[in-house]
Design a protein around this ligand. Structure first.
Ligand SMILES: *Cc1c(COP(=O)(O)O)cnc(C)c1O
Length: 409
């Protein structure tokens, strides 16, 4: 008799985006003449750049001739791509061996799967609010108690509250936890951790023999040269941190699918020697995953070429100019705005003590702008609101103008 994985029943209803869709639909039915501007989702809108398209075409062309055709590749990812990534990190002063890099089909799958190499009884800490896959994958793996709908959290997890008082970067937990998820630049708050703040976490993790899962998916959006783009810029991080990253946001690969995880040889935990976690991840990937698309990996090589890097940095500038337009436009209205400087997300304080959902309705009905209620990312997100800088310029400009002209503050 088959039995379902009962932990799925604990998951809080994933109603955030369906509920947003429902409210937009209602609004449009009542106001068919009004145009709605969507600044809600973290999805890229600008086309792939020319040299990257050429790389992808080259990947497809290779498959068209017997001499260059390839089937399954190296399960850890094409060696040339791992070498190119190691060089890319090298330029930032981070030295990695190509064998510490695992190519994948994206940062979200890696963020969800990495927990499987750790014991089911690990105590897990999350930034609150957070990108949902960290919490949900650990619920499914059975590390949580039941969901508490009043508090909007799960029993058995440790939530590190991110708020305006701590600049949305929390302190390490006061007591021992085993696994910690950090995301910087942060989705949804747009906050970026400094070297000092990351060093605090790394020191904590080494002392507790804990492991940090560091999501650096937005590293390329950091303009400030003093801010760390990789946790390995911090001393000791290779002993206690896994880093995941992706070409999704920085090169427009949201639909192409290509990412990577770094599991250093020297990574340790409470009951294992250096090398064991690295081997466990290799085993996990070779067992459950047959490698990223060879076409996508050719595209990834093009992203890392000099030309590709130039083109992507123009792409990122486009989005970051959007972020600046939103930020400056909204600050003028008197709204309290965080983020949007070294990250493509802006995190607003809902004005007048409104809840996240109340502000969602106000913004939609008065200004026809859609964002994402902060409460959808965790209990500490209540009273906040996320706007995304991914979008077309004209749309962003109209949205900002609507907020300035029509929102009653
Ligand atoms: C968009 C995003 C990702 C990207 O995931 P992919 O699977 O590579 O597309 C990962 N982490 C965060 C925090 C994100 O916002």
């Amino acid at each position: 008799m088959a039995k379902v994985n009962r932990h799925y029943r604990k998951l809080s209803a994933g109603y955030l985006f369906p509920e947003i869709g429902r409210r937009i639909k209602n609004f449009q039915q009542e106001n068919p003449q009004l145009k709605v501007h969507r600044l809600g989702i973290g999805n890229t809108t600008e086309p792939l750049t020319p040299s990257i398209v050429a790389g992808l075409r080259d990947g497809a062309d290779r498959l068209a001739a017997a001499e260059t055709y390839t089937g399954y590749g190296d399960e850890q990812g094409e060696e040339s791509l791992r070498e190119a990534l190691a060089r890319f990190y090298g330029k930032q002063g981070v030295s990695l061996d190509k064998d510490e890099i695992f190519i994948s089909d994206g940062a979200k799958p890696d963020a969800g799967n990495i927990q499987s190499i750790f014991s089911a009884d690990n105590l897990v800490a999350f930034q609150d609010p957070a990108y949902p896959v960290y919490v949900d994958s650990n619920v499914i793996a059975g590390r949580s108690g039941p969901y508490n709908s009043e508090q909007g959290n799960y029993g058995g997890f440790f939530y590190m509250a991110c708020n305006s008082e701590n600049g949305f970067i929390p302190e390490p937990p006061p007591d021992k936890v085993d696994l910690l998820y950090l995301c910087s630049p942060n989705n949804p708050t747009g906050a970026v951790a400094t070297h000092r703040e990351l060093q605090n976490f790394v020191d904590y993790a080494r002392e507790q023999k804990a492991v940090i899962v560091f999501d650096a998916s937005y590293a390329e959006f950091i303009a400030d040269p003093d801010l760390p783009r990789s946790i390995y810029e911090v001393d000791g991080a290779k002993e206690c941190a896994v880093e995941i990253n992706s070409f999704s946001k920085s090169a427009g690969f949201t639909g192409v699918r290509l990412g990577w995880a770094i599991v250093p040889q020297s990574l340790v935990c409470e009951d294992c020697e250096p090398g064991e976690l690295h081997r466990a991840w290799l085993r996990r990937q070779t067992t459950f995953f047959n490698g990223a698309s060879n076409i996508a990996q050719r595209g990834g090589l093009a992203v890392l070429s000099e030309k590709g890097r130039e083109e992507c940095s123009a792409l990122i500038s486009y989005y970051m100019q959007n972020a600046a337009l939103i930020r400056e436009g909204l600050l003028k209205t008197g709204l309290t705005v965080y983020g949007g400087v070294n990250a493509p997300y802006l995190w607003l304080r809902a004005p007048g003590g409104l809840s996240s959902w109340e502000f969602f309705d106000k913004l939609l009905y008065e200004a026809q702008v859609v964002g994402t209620p902060g409460s959808g990312f965790g209990p500490s997100g209540e009273g906040y609101f996320r706007l995304s800088a991914f979008g077309r310029r004209e749309d962003i400009e109209e949205a900002v103008k609507n907020i300035q002209d029509k929102l009653k503050l």
